[in-house]
Design a protein around this ligand. Structure first.
Ligand code: HC3
Length: 383
């Protein structure tokens, strides 16, 4: 890498450090969470908070069960899914200028939040837990009981470096469950997760682009296929996608546009119109409500990382790194003690399932072959 042009967006005094960081990424294999990043690129937010992005349009989430038939419901599932992408993948970038490295959650770290009831849509409740540290895996459960809509999933990342880009493969899946109103039937939707590219590294201003394809497969047989592209591919615009909704190879609806901007039906829309707007990503997102940190339990994310996050926010990186080391050392000791006492860590909110049958069944519907993947289910609440 030619040192002279590296890190144009990086504070001058940190440019050399950024060049060294890029070199360390280039020769790195494994998960990025264990890589030491320069202080200006650290985020004060733990990765266990990220599932909240799925819930930032609670109205779209609740509306899913109002679809009059399976075709309308698939359109609503896709709309809600697209509505989450701007928050998941560009919002941090917009507010801070570049994508930062989130805090690596400790085993058992918990993030609890909710989106209160508004206009009778019902309350949406989020439970997320770090269910594995090596490799880092986060499980989550988001539910609107009144609407009868639940999203349950887990995710991890596998990263590799090629040229000037970090490639991030999302490992895991989500299953959206709709309790059909006035019947005891359920419809399930398997949501596979798109892969990411982290671009802009050379310049020192990392940002996320989505790449390749992801799928939403319903138990009804309907399948949505999404293809993602960045600048210079199918539309010439960043953050572009094309989606088709269909069954058995027949396309019923096509949608295309920008997931962080406007997307439209191509031709016929669900309401019978032509080229109607599908989703406008300027629609305001609702941030998750979280209990005051002082009232949080010891394993709740913002309590765990309070000192580290304050240090990062105020530029006191010395305090931040000392407290981070304290947390990590305590974790190492805890694992040793558990091993010595033969009392392995117990998950608080989730159970691990070796072979997720619902996933296997849905995945085999669109890949034409049975797939096995493990999963996590939320434990029933004990009253
Ligand atoms: C790759 C990523 C961590 C993982 C983040 C995930 C995939 C987590 C699940 C969410 O549902 C969606 C999501 C959004 C953003 C993803 C992050 C972007 C950057 C971060 C890397 C670990 C940080 C890379 C560090 C640096 C300095 C190169 O930016």
């Amino acid at each position: 890498m030619g040192e002279e042009e590296v890190g144009g967006a990086v504070p001058k005094e940190q440019r050399q450090g950024w060049g060294q960081f890029l070199k360390s990424i280039a020769s790195f294999s494994g998960d990025l969470s264990s890589l030491t990043a320069p202080s200006f690129i650290l985020s004060p937010v733990s990765l266990v908070e990220f599932p909240a992005y799925w819930g930032e349009h609670p109205d779209e989430f609740a509306k899913i069960s109002t679809g009059k038939d399976e075709v309308e419901r698939m359109n609503l599932v896709l709309k809600w899914f697209i509505s989450t992408l701007k928050g998941q993948f560009t919002a941090r970038n917009i507010s801070s200028g570049s994508e930062k490295k989130p805090l690596n959650p400790i085993l058992g770290e918990i993030f609890l939040g909710k989106w209160p009831d508004q206009n009778g849509r019902g309350e949406t409740v989020l439970t997320a837990e770090q269910v594995s540290h090596h490799p880092p895996i986060t499980a989550y459960h988001i539910e609107n009981k009144k609407a009868g809509v639940t999203l349950e999933g887990h995710n991890a990342q596998k990263t590799s470096f090629s040229g000037r880009t970090i490639q991030v493969k999302q490992v895991g899946h989500a299953i959206l469950r709709i309790k059909l109103p006035s019947s005891d039937k359920e419809e399930l939707y398997l949501i596979t997760l798109p892969n990411l590219l982290i671009e802009g590294l050379w310049y020192g201003s990392p940002y996320v682009e989505l790449t390749s394809s992801s799928y939403i497969q319903s138990t009804t047989g309907l399948l949505t296929t999404l293809n993602y592209a960045g600048k210079g591919y199918f539309s010439g615009k960043a953050h572009s996608f094309k989606a088709t909704i269909g069954a058995g190879g027949n396309t019923l609806y096509s949608i295309e546009g920008e997931w962080a901007g406007v997307s439209k039906y191509k031709g016929k829309s669900i309401s019978g119109g032509s080229n109607d707007v599908f989703w406008d990503a300027s629609t305001e997102r609702e941030e998750v409500s979280v209990e005051d940190v002082e009232k949080q339990g010891d394993m709740e994310s913002r309590k765990v990382w309070k000192t580290v996050a304050n240090g990062i926010r105020t530029g006191d990186f010395d305090t931040a790194s000392k407290d981070k080391a304290r947390i990590e050392n305590a974790q190492r000791q805890k694992r040793k003690d558990e091993a010595a006492a033969n009392t392995p860590h117990q998950l608080e909110h989730f159970v691990h399932i070796e072979n997720d049958q619902e996933y296997s069944q849905l995945a085999s519907m669109f890949k034409g072959q049975p797939a096995t993947e493990d999963g996590y289910r939320k434990k029933p609440r004990v009253h």
